[in-house]
Design a protein around this ligand. Structure first.
Ligand SMILES: Nc1ncnc2c1ncn2[C@@H]1O[C@H](COP(=O)(O)OP(=O)(O)OP(=O)(O)O)[C@@H](O)[C@H]1O
Ligand SMILES: [Mg+2]
Length: 341
């Protein structure tokens, strides 16, 4: 590993959310009126990178992914460029940009989603094959939504495993996040062969439960703390090279290859005080990735992840809650002082 490497590159899912406030949900075949519309970037790549950009750490940031030759593609590119994120590895695809139409009912706040897979479905290992950059970490997300990476591979079992190995062989540290799916057999088939080539696995407790094949919440809905800590260690035994982080609204658990393991509670706020949870998991990843990049201790790493996620909850979209690193650190210090009082 080249000590001079610096920066974080995120690869994978990118999309646009078109959020419409409608007067009421119409009967099928009837009309609803759109009262207000706004668009926002979504998906792991924009969410993680734009959160990091707003932390103003000075780390080089770069995006790898596919956008269509259309207005949504231009929107994603422009938002990333406005945040000083390097877009030279964004590729134009023949398919439309991936997008979701989100209908928010003014009457009851209920949200309904219409998603078009678009060009994320064509994201494959070739996008990273020629990658030779000085970045230190490549974060790939969301595996289990990138169908080309699930194809079988004669040597590795699955294409994703070969890709992660190639990235490590080039000198990158690799980080992986998943999407929660209700298909345990497919999830394990794709993810387990990949783990030996993952340096940092950062997932939520539902995804961890799927991988280890055990429920990690108790009958009353509370997290099974000992079970989650065991799952983090099990995922290390299954191959993750350096650190496994499992996060949930209640807090984050981590296990490290040197045997250290730890739980750090979230900076809890009541659900009615949350403006929106969109991208909270990605904001958590952004904080953890920065701390890992800087080789912070495990406790400080989880605190920063929790703080980034907590700040994300202040806004309805995935990035506007993000804050500069100084503000996040002041928040963490203030909380630690309160806990000691
Ligand atoms: N009520 C809350 N109070 C404080 N922090 C919270 C709350 N809910 C969520 N968080 C924070 O947000 C983080 C991400 O939430 P969660 O674990 O539900 O992510 P996720 O389901 O993977 O989200 P995503 O869909 O964005 O990937 C949590 O780890 C926690 O730090
Ligand atoms: Mg997540």
């Amino acid at each position: 590993m080249n000590a001079a490497r610096c920066g974080i590159l995120a690869a994978g899912t990118m999309l646009v959310d078109h959020v419409h406030l409608i007067d009421d949900w119409p009967e099928q075949g009837r009309l609803a009126t759109i009262l207000h519309s706004e668009s926002a970037t979504g998906g792991a790549v924009p969410n993680v990178l734009r959160t990091l950009a707003r932390m103003k750490t000075g780390l080089p940031l770069a995006a790898v992914g596919l956008v269509g030759d259309d207005l949504d593609g231009e929107f994603i590119r422009q938002c990333l460029l406005d945040d000083d994120i390097d877009c030279r590895w964004l590729q134009a695809a023949a398919l439309p940009t991936s997008m979701t139409q989100v209908m928010t009912n003014h009457r009851n706040g209920q949200r309904t989603f219409f998603h078009a897979h678009g060009c994320n479905a064509a994201f494959d290992a070739s996008l990273l094959a020629e990658l030779h950059t000085p970045h230190k970490i490549v974060h790939l997300a969301y595996l289990l939504l990138l169908q080309q990476l699930e194809k079988p591979d004669a040597d590795y079992g699955i294409v994703a495993a070969r890709l992660f190995h190639q990235l490590q062989q080039k000198g990158y540290l690799t980080a992986l996040d998943l999407v929660s799916v209700d298909e345990p057999v497919r999830a394990r088939k794709v993810v387990l062969p990949t783990l030996p080539y993952v340096d940092y696995l950062i997932i939520n407790e539902l995804e961890a439960a799927t991988l280890v094949g055990k429920p990690l919440r108790q009958a009353d809905g509370t997290p099974h703390a000992a079970g989650i800590a065991d799952a983090a260690r099990e995922l290390l035994h299954l191959g993750v090279k350096q650190v496994v982080v499992i996060h949930s609204p209640e807090g984050a658990w981590a296990a490290k290859s040197d045997g250290e393991s730890l739980f750090v509670p979230a900076y809890w706020i009541e659900p009615q005080e949350i403006a929106g949870t969109v991208g909270a998991g990605d904001a958590f990843c952004a904080g953890v990735l920065y701390a890992l990049h800087q080789q912070w201790g495990l406790r400080e790493t989880l605190q920063l992840g929790n703080a980034c996620a907590r700040f994300n909850l202040r806004s309805t979209n995935a990035v506007d809650g993000a804050a500069p690193l100084g503000e996040l650190r002041a928040f963490i210090t203030a909380h630690s002082t309160q806990e000691q009082e």
